[in-house]
Design a protein around this ligand. Structure first.
Ligand SMILES: Cc1cc2nc3c(=O)[nH]c(=O)nc-3n(C[C@H](O)[C@H](O)[C@H](O)COP(=O)(O)OP(=O)(O)OC[C@H]3O[C@@H](n4cnc5c(N)ncnc54)[C@H](O)[C@@H]3O)c2cc1C
Length: 459
């Protein structure tokens, strides 16, 4: 990048918010996906929304690839920049602009941290349910751009279910407004719907309006222990068939149970083949009744033990064990590949069987945990990327995992997005026409192709 252009960026964001040393640029060359880093030419950090818009405009005028970055926790290479391009950080745009208790909405800047937002909402007696495992660091902009999910997806839905509106910069740096602060709004095209999950490829969010809901009055958590995966899956189906929708319905396989126990000493049964971690919430009477029903269903379908959390401390212990799953698995080997192939709930036994077969076939360690209630499993491959022969087996295993998931009527990604990691599989899930349609849309909105090029649909 030439010096004059660097100066133009500095004039917008201030020299103190321009990073150009190799060390600084390297910090923004990768994200949480296991992919090769790519060095940007420049990293800038606008401190105002107005400066953010001017940065977008300047990048476009100069045909410069631009990658917006929240906290870089995405797992699909969504924030791996183009070589020679500019990375735009949103972490200075971190104001919660409004929490409206009368009309149940909030307005945030894109760099607000998810957990801080949820806590601020809770402090006002309200509830923002989407809870990605990364919420302590992820940003609201990143959540919307990836349509992030979380443990509460089954009952409460995912980020898209809470986005009432998005104001975003188009590629010329003009503000486009979509959605409203009203419960109902059908004015114009559903552009905010288009922005959710767009991974920074169509526009750059400057303000997001989010729906809030009243919090549940009480909760109860249970851990059901199973000797086989099929019984656990049948229990999941039977709970839903009984018209109970738990807030959370999580699964862990034996490999994950043993690894978590070794790490967190949470008292998990290391000989169990499957654990279901279940939470029901709502009015106290309903919660007590549903917890009893869930317990009875699990016992009927072969749970050899059920532990019902007696108080908040025990409840926290159940969820700490679940939250420890990824960190525990990540300790086993130098490289952790966290996938999120998702299948219809009824196909979980078939998917689990296939994952076991794939682990044997490719001689790999795979621990699987995830959101059993919505079929969103996280097969996690533990490996060492430096071992080229093993890494080839990992790549082949990933291809096969996606083939199986699609064959079972599932999807490439339940919540982690496509980025560059999974763009090559997109046509398999959709169709050639879908890719071409999406590319025409992108070309119309971003003729020079500067907005996060190569993500989702390739080029
Ligand atoms: C340990 C761990 C656990 C995780 N658990 C979950 C989980 O439970 N559920 C889940 O869904 N995901 C999970 N993730 C993935 C990740 O945290 C989410 O995708 C999250 O939404 C990314 O937020 P971020 O702020 O880090 O965004 P980034 O990674 O910085 O960016 C993600 C995408 O958003 C775009 N973007 C960011 N800001 C803007 C903006 N202002 N305008 C337009 N585009 C923008 C970027 O260009 C990029 O394409 C997990 C990741 C890790 C590492």
């Amino acid at each position: 990048m030439n010096e004059a252009l660097k100066k133009d960026f500095a004039a917008i964001v201030g020299q103190e918010n321009v990073m150009e040393s190799e060390a600084d640029r390297f910090s923004y060359a990768y994200d949480a996906a296991v992919l090769e880093p790519v060095m940007p030419a420049l990293v800038v950090r606008p401190e105002s929304r107005e400066a953010l818009g001017r940065v977008v405009k300047l990048a476009n005028e100069n045909g410069l690839p631009l990658c917006v970055r929240g906290s870089g926790t995405n797992l699909s290479g969504g924030t791996i920049p183009r070589e020679g391009g500019v990375v735009v950080l949103t972490n200075a745009l971190n104001n919660i602009l409004e929490i409206n208790e009368a009309d149940l909405y909030a307005v945030v800047e894109p760099g607000v941290i998810t957990a801080k937002f949820a806590a601020a909402v809770a402090a006002r007696g309200l509830f923002y349910p989407p809870d990605p495992g990364s919420q302590a660091v992820s940003t609201m902009g990143g959540n919307v751009a990836e349509n992030a999910g979380g443990l509460r997806g089954l009952k409460y839905g995912v980020t898209k279910d809470y986005v009432m509106g998005v104001d975003f910069f188009d590629v010329d740096g003009e503000i486009v407004k979509s959605g409203s602060r009203t419960v109902k709004c059908v004015s114009g095209l559903n552009l905010h719907g288009l922005m959710v999950g767009s991974e920074g490829t169509l526009g750059v969010f400057e303000k997001i309006t989010l729906k809030l809901v009243p919090p549940p009055r009480s909760q109860k958590a249970l851990m059901a222990i199973f000797d086989n995966v099929n019984s656990a899956s049948e229990a999941v189906a039977a709970i839903i068939a009984a018209k109970i929708v738990p807030a959370t319905l999580e699964f862990m396989d034996n490999f994950t149970i043993r690894t978590v126990e070794d790490f967190a000493h949470a008292g998990l049964p290391v000989d169990a083949n499957a654990l279901l971690l279940i939470e029901v919430d709502g009015h106290a009477g309903q919660v007590a009744e549903e917890a009893e029903q869930v317990e009875a269903i699990c016992r009927k379908l072969g749970a050899r033990g059920i532990h019902v959390a007696k108080d908040a401390a025990e409840r926290n212990k159940v969820w700490e064990a679940r939250r420890a799953a990824l960190s525990a698995l990540a300790r086993v080997c130098p490289t952790t590949v966290l996938e999120d192939a998702t299948v219809p709930r009824s196909k979980i036994p078939a998917m689990m069987q296939a994952l076991g077969d794939i682990a044997v076939k490719y001689r790999l360690k795979i621990g699987t945990f995830g959101h059993a209630g919505d079929g969103n499993l996280h097969p996690t491959i533990l490996t060492d990327r430096r071992n080229k022969e093993e890494w080839k087996r990992v790549e082949d295993a990933i291809d096969e995992i996606f083939d199986v998931a699609l064959g079972l009527g599932g999807t490439l990604s339940g919540e982690h997005g496509i980025g560059i990691a999974k763009s090559k599989y997109m046509e398999k899930e959709t169709s050639r026409a879908t890719i071409l349609f999406s590319r025409r849309l992108k070309k119309a909105l971003d003729p020079k192709g500067i907005l996060n090029p190569g993500k989702i649909i390739g080029e």
